[in-house]
Design a protein around this ligand. Sequence first.
Ligand SMILES: Nc1ncnc2c1ncn2[C@@H]1O[C@H](COP(=O)(O)OP(=O)(O)OP(=O)(O)O)[C@@H](O)[C@H]1O
Length: 369
Amino acid sequence: MSDAMELFREIPLRRGDRMGVPIVETVLPNEQERLQILSIHSDNMKENSFLCAEELRLEELASRTKNFNRAELEALVESAKQFAVIRSWQNFDSIKVTMNDFLEALDKVKPAFDDAISALELFRPNGMLDCGERHAHVLATVKTFAQKFKKSERTPLLTCLLEGPSGSGKTALAATIGIDSGFPFAKIVSAENMIDRSEYRKCALITKVFDDACKSPQSVIILDDIERLLGYLHIGSFSSMVLETIIHLLQRTPPQGSKLLVIGTSSITVEDLKLMKLLNAFNVHLNVPALSPTDMRQVLEPLDVFDSADINNAITALNAEIPIKRLLVMINMAQRGGKGAHMSKGHQKIQLSYFYKCLEMTNTFSNVS
Ligand SMILES: Nc1ncnc2c1ncn2[C@@H]1O[C@H](COP(=O)(O)OP(=O)(O)OP(=O)(O)O)[C@@H](O)[C@H]1O
């Protein structure tokens, strides 16, 4: 007789911690490895006569479990067993796990890695527009570092600071690098998670993220808006306890078998970052600039929100340098007003006169126009 209680053993998923992003502790197996793991489990089930062997399509399951780690594959198997038990509740003698039980389990068990990626996706809600050569250079440089770092056997820690004016797109770039890195542990440390926390508590929370990351072979941590983590108002007015903690963590070598990529973002000036000894705490720093007129064109042309005859005037009317965030806000505002109430891409264009009005209202009008 099948032991129903044995089948019903639960394997809890390791789900989110205080920072709201899940912890993933192992390297993600590839499709072949997933097939092997699932085969081992199905063999065990066959031995115990729990499996409806003819029906199970292991290759299909291996291909549909991208981003599942080993523990999550086990959780999937356990969940399929639970579905089989529930289905057979009137006759526990003949419990058989079928492909259908696995398909139901796939709806229930989700890989934590997907949650981690979704958490990063929230920081680039509009996707990534081409912001010109200088942004592309920053992205390509850090991505190359990350890929080399991933392969290197000698470097356990790489830290990179993206500095530049507020709204220039630093967090969106950092999130993109985190997503594309493919590191199974990815987490953003941001001030939003720390509102009303004491200095001591902030330090403990930040340290915990680094400690958790060290349990994974490959991790990426984004320290977002460092000035907000520090409560920075100006040089001389910030939490030195949080600063010391961050500097210490940026220099703490992860344990053997663990690799950590840290990407910081900050709008503090390079001079102040130097004075705070924060600039040198990172291995590299790159500037994420506001958009130049050439960059603005790069953004505006594909968006197709202006008549081509108006684009030059629109760019001339903008300040010589404008962060991507501000440009997007201006476009959004102008799209909602003017003669035609709402417009969608490719249909009605922004009225230049209304665009000027928006710039005036928000003090974004170029001094030279
Ligand atoms: N390449 C891009 N394509 C589309 N939208 C972008 C791009 N870069 C940034 N944005 C958007 O601009 C806004 C500001 O970006 P982000 O938060 O990354 O800037 P930031 O430099 O980190 O700002 P802050 O210094 O204020 O934290 C966000 O809404 C973001 O989605």
